[in-house]
Design a protein around this ligand. Structure first.
Ligand SMILES: Cc1cc2nc3c(=O)[nH]c(=O)nc-3n(C[C@H](O)[C@H](O)[C@H](O)COP(=O)(O)OP(=O)(O)OC[C@H]3O[C@@H](n4cnc5c(N)ncnc54)[C@H](O)[C@@H]3O)c2cc1C
Length: 421
């Protein structure tokens, strides 16, 4: 009997795939894809299961990309590292640091696979930091005919293929830009009221290399996490930040949750990989019992977007654990949520109450879509029709690219059918 495909990390989605396979080589992946293409069935890459919707599902077999042997090839002259697609960021970050290099940014957790993260335009924070896919300079993938393909920055279709939402192929290796290793010091400040946040929004988000604001929407922002690159001129963690007090106890983003799983705070410098994520690799990130949604609004409409959501506070609070506000710099990847525009990510960590969350999302989407919000591809959103053509100028080019690399629609699933038609 085929192995059950199980659920996503959060447990709010049970994969309907007929089974799951664990190929240990690129050749094995190619033969699984060829079998599907010839037999008229479907397959889909599975990374570390951290999405909150059906994006990773298939009616055929899931292919566990984490089973591929790890790769770590550092080209110091080119300032590039190649890793296998299923590798988690946390699995090679320390090794990279030991060789004197770093990634410019990371997401809130190091537990996600590189190929899974770039497929959905996963991002961290920082006015000048682009999303993680923007660091990609090359991908190697098995296309829908079983051929192994390589696309490098500058090649035709590269900008479409990187944030590929799993539609073009199974990414077996990714080459990432690296920068000289650096240290980061993280300090948490508590309690900024809404007028202070809204009046000083740009000054707050530009105050550090990476800034995250956590809010329950009532009253203001309860925590501001400043992640300062210690190479920056200022080497202080001032006692107050726009009137907010420096936290005297280690904080978890979720109110009342023990902070052991969080990366070190109190302004103590540490390696980039041990400060840029909010959570340590050895612990469960966030809560686990949760659902997430996120909408990326154009940066210049950030304050307007927050103001549009504030009247929904009473509806959001009963199902909300916390909202995180982060900024992301523009890039040129066709399906990036920051395509050609700086963005503010308005993220919701919800309670694991699917019906309750789905009941409040239409109001949130009605408030944010008119401002040009793009939903995070890997988190829960509802109104697919509003996601696409007008928001992504290259959407039709992406469809053509998907048809070129997957002519038999082997990687199609319900999610892609809804989006691409
Ligand atoms: C606790 C938590 C914290 C998070 N924090 C952040 C955050 O800080 N910022 C943010 O932007 N997002 C965040 N996310 C969302 C997460 O980064 C994305 O959902 C990401 O896509 C997860 O990667 P994965 O490997 O788990 O992907 P999966 O869920 O396994 O797969 C996602 C998609 O990628 C495709 N895929 C996976 N591997 C491959 C491959 N090798 N080749 C081709 N396609 C592939 C799958 O087919 C699927 O379509 C968070 C999620 C969780 C659970």
């Amino acid at each position: 009997m085929a192995e059950s495909a199980g659920t996503n990390w959060a447990g709010n989605y049970a994969y309907r795939a007929s089974g799951i396979v664990h190929p240990a080589s690129v050749e094995e992946i190619q033969s699984v894809v060829r079998r599907a293409a010839n037999g008229g069935t479907r397959v889909r890459a599975l990374g570390t299961r951290h999405c909150f919707n059906d994006i990773a599902d298939t009616t055929g077999e899931l292919i566990a990309m984490t089973a591929l042997p790890p790769r770590f090839e550092l080209d110091e002259n080119a300032r590039a590292v190649t890793v296998s697609g299923g590798t988690r960021y946390g699995d090679f970050a320390e090794q990279l640091d030991a060789r004197g290099f770093a990634l410019a940014n990371l997401a809130s957790l190091p537990h996600i696979s590189v190929a899974g993260a770039i497929a959905t335009a996963t991002h961290g924070s920082g006015d000048r930091n682009q999303n993680l896919a923007a660091a990609v300079s090359g991908i190697e993938f098995v296309d829908g005919t079983g051929e192994l393909r390589t696309l490098r920055r500058g090649d035709d279709g590269f900008e479409g293929a990187v944030v590929g939402i799993g539609a073009l192929g199974l990414v077996t290796a990714v080459t990432l830009d690296v920068v000289p290793s650096f240290e980061v010091a993280q300090t948490v400040y508590t309690e900024l009221d809404w007028p202070t946040v809204l009046e000083n929004f740009d000054a707050i988000t530009s105050a550090s290399y990476s800034v995250s604001m956590f809010t329950g929407w009532v009253g203001g922002v309860q925590q501001v996490w400043l992640k300062r690159a210690v190479t920056e001129d200022s080497d202080e963690s001032p006692e107050t930040f726009f009137g907010a007090a420096r936290a005297t106890e280690k904080r978890h983003p979720l109110p009342g949750v023990d902070a052991t799983a969080c990366t070190d705070q109190f302004g103590v410098p540490g390696a980039w990989y041990d400060r840029l994520p909010h959570f340590k690799l050895a612990f469960t990130p966030s809560n686990g019992e949760e659902i997430q949604s996120e909408y990326l609004v154009p940066r210049e409409r950030a304050v307007e977007a927050i103001q549009a959501l504030l009247p929904l506070t009473e509806r959001m609070v009963p199902v909300l654990q916390v909202t995180e506000l982060r900024t992301i710099a523009a890039d040129d990847l066709w399906l990036s949520t920051a395509y050609e525009r700086d963005a503010l990510g308005i993220h919701f960590t919800w309670k694991r109450d699917q019906a309750g969350v789905e009941a409040v999302l239409p109001a949130i989407e009605a408030a944010l879509f008119p401002l040009g919000a793009r939903p995070h591809w890997g988190k829960l959103f509802l109104d697919v029709d509003r996601v696409i053509p007008s928001l992504y100028p290259h959407f039709d080019d992406f469809k053509a690219l998907a048809a070129q690399y997957d002519p038999k629609r082997v990687f199609r699933n319900a999610y892609l059918d809804r989006l691409l038609g």
